[in-house]
Design a protein around this ligand. Structure first.
Ligand SMILES: NC(=O)c1ccc[n+]([C@@H]2O[C@H](COP(=O)([O-])OP(=O)(O)OC[C@H]3O[C@@H](n4cnc5c(N)ncnc54)[C@H](OP(=O)(O)O)[C@@H]3O)[C@@H](O)[C@H]2O)c1
Length: 321
């Protein structure tokens, strides 16, 4: 068959394309002219948001047959899903989902799964259920026998990231904040651009063993430093008052600042803020020498800029009333 007539099928599958990380990854892969398949529970919601070359298929990680279809012919599969929004017992459902995905990937002959989970110390008995579950998903995917690259990240700084939106909403609206002590917990946020660089580079690594790669930005900070830096860049005067615990009142207040559909996920994320999420190994820097992540101040600057351009794009689409 002459080259021009050869229609190549996508070899990369992205899951979680309606979500924050997956949606941005699809745009980057498309910008590199990569042909993709994207799996979505509501394909009609994703179709308008992706380029014409991306094939959108129905798939639900709770529906094994849909996974078998979506993974057919795939070499690299990105697993960017969590079930915290809609599950009764998210840890159990995330485990079952990862088992089904791993088994389907193995059956389809997938060469590599690339998964993004969370940082945190497995040996910490106080590790939050959310972070423990993220680690378990990585283990389950590895146990499938398909080579799995598990990235572990702290909060992602970018316009539209739920964890960054929590910082932003709080700081924008509350001149005086009651801050529980754990806002001094150490974290190592990563800018969305750096996270995407790692996710993209992982598909081109030579074949090897499954591994865990901890990733983070250039700075280790405390959550309250993120609030302070965001306030500084926005020219806001904010007073932070330390309180010993996160009271139900305070927790409720935080959650009223995010949209109701995201508050369930927000609750689990807040529980995890007491756990340090810091990179403890050099593996990322050694494996990806071309990726040198930026620090918190620059990441926040880009996120504020990104939020402003999204707003003005929405204004332009909406037009004057
Ligand atoms: N954002 C961060 O700050 C951050 C930080 C560290 C690690 N991570 C990790 O990055 C990954 C993606 O996070 P995110 O922030 O992009 O999450 P997100 O915006 O909440 O997106 C979650 C995605 O999961 C999909 N999903 C849920 N249940 C599904 C099911 N049964 N079948 C198929 N798809 C399903 C959702 O699809 P629907 O639209 O159909 O619900 C959505 O596309 C997660 O593993 C998370 O732990 C995120």
């Amino acid at each position: 068959m002459p080259d021009g007539e050869h229609t190549e099928l996508p070899r990369i599958l992205v899951t979680g394309g309606t979500g924050y990380v997956g949606g941005r990854l699809i745009s980057r892969l498309e910008a590199d002219a990569t042909r993709l398949r994207a799996l979505a529970r509501k394909p009609e919601q994703l179709r308008d948001k992706v380029g014409p070359s991306t094939e959108v298929v129905f798939g639900d990680v709770a529906d094994r047959a849909s996974l078998d279809r979506a993974l057919a012919g795939i070499e690299t599969a990105y697993y960017l899903i969590h079930m915290m929004s809609n599950a009764q017992d998210f840890a159990k459902e995330d485990r079952a989902a990862a088992e089904a995905f791993g088994a389907a990937a193995r059956g389809a002959g997938v060469r590599r799964i690339i998964y993004l989970g969370g940082l945190g110390d497995d040996d910490d008995p106080g590790l939050s259920p959310h972070l423990r579950s993220r680690h378990e998903v990585g283990q389950v995917l590895r146990d499938s026998g398909v080579e799995t690259i598990e990235f572990r990240a702290s909060i992602v700084i970018g316009a539209g990231s739920l964890s960054f939106d929590l910082v932003k909403s709080l700081t924008d609206r509350l001149p005086v904040m009651l801050c529980p002590l754990w806002l001094s917990t150490a974290c190592q946020p990563i800018a969305i651009d750096d996270l995407l660089a790692y996710l993209l580079a992982a598909k081109d690594l030579p074949p090897g063993d499954s591994r865990i790669i901890e990733i983070g930005g250039a700075d280790v900070s405390a959550y309250r430093d993120l609030i302070r830096e965001y306030a500084r860049q926005k020219g806001l005067r904010r007073v932070l008052i330390k309180v010993p615990v996160l009271t139900p009142y305070l927790s409720g207040l935080w959650l009223t600042l995010v949209t109701p559909t995201r508050s369930e996920v927000g609750r689990h994320l807040i529980e995890g803020l007491k756990n340090p999420t810091v990179v403890r190994s050099r593996v990322a820097l050694d494996t990806f020498p071309k990726i040198r992540p930026i620090g918190v101040a620059e990441a926040i600057r880009r996120a504020i800029q990104g939020a402003a351009s999204t707003l003005s794009a929405t204004d332009a689409t909406t037009g004057p009333s």
